[in-house]
Design a protein around this ligand. Sequence first.
Ligand code: G3P
Length: 217
Amino acid sequence: MKFFVDTADTNDIAELAESGLLDGVTTNPSLIAKSGKRFVDVVAEICKLTHGPVSAEVVAMDHATMMKEAEVLRKIADNVAIKVPLTLDGLKTCKALSDDGTLVNVTLCFSANQALLAAKAGAAFISPFVGRWDDIGSDGMNLIADIRTIYDNYAFGTEILVASVRHPIHVLEAAKIGADVMTAPPAVIKMLLNHPLTDKGLAGFAADWEKTGQSIL
Ligand code: G3P
């Protein structure tokens, strides 16, 4: 499973890129606002930190303006993926850009039928939001399983990019279902490292090593 980080914080992105854990980056207008930086500048900075796709989202609601915004965004770097909303105008934009060889990430997906439409429009990625489904008392992971079944039934090449990931169980469940990619905030990716037995084992090895009085260097 590929790991994307869902942030516009360039320090966090640089740290994860150094660890080899990073396959790409996703941003959205809320994350750009949080960064406090100019959209085009922050996307350019992020694109230099990873070779993987960097999703930059259009903000227009109509197809013609989405296309104009996408033109600006895709000129930033070769690894920009254009993120469009799951609306009819968004899908028209997805089709036009995908036909032109641009990676498109269709976002704000909350149903398997919506994911089917995105695949038919040629999306490189579909972003189903699991956490926001959980927020309203449903199990968002059912959506991932349904999309996996549908995409496999018809051999769609669209990658399932699990979004709105809030905790390690989301990552585990998405991996068990066979999602292609997950995107999570940096803190959630770091949480995947944690295990009390790792900490306990490491403390034991350190204490025993101390007793030897030796040094490797
Ligand atoms: O980038 C889209 C998605 O990952 C947002 O997550 O936590 O705001 O629902 P969240």
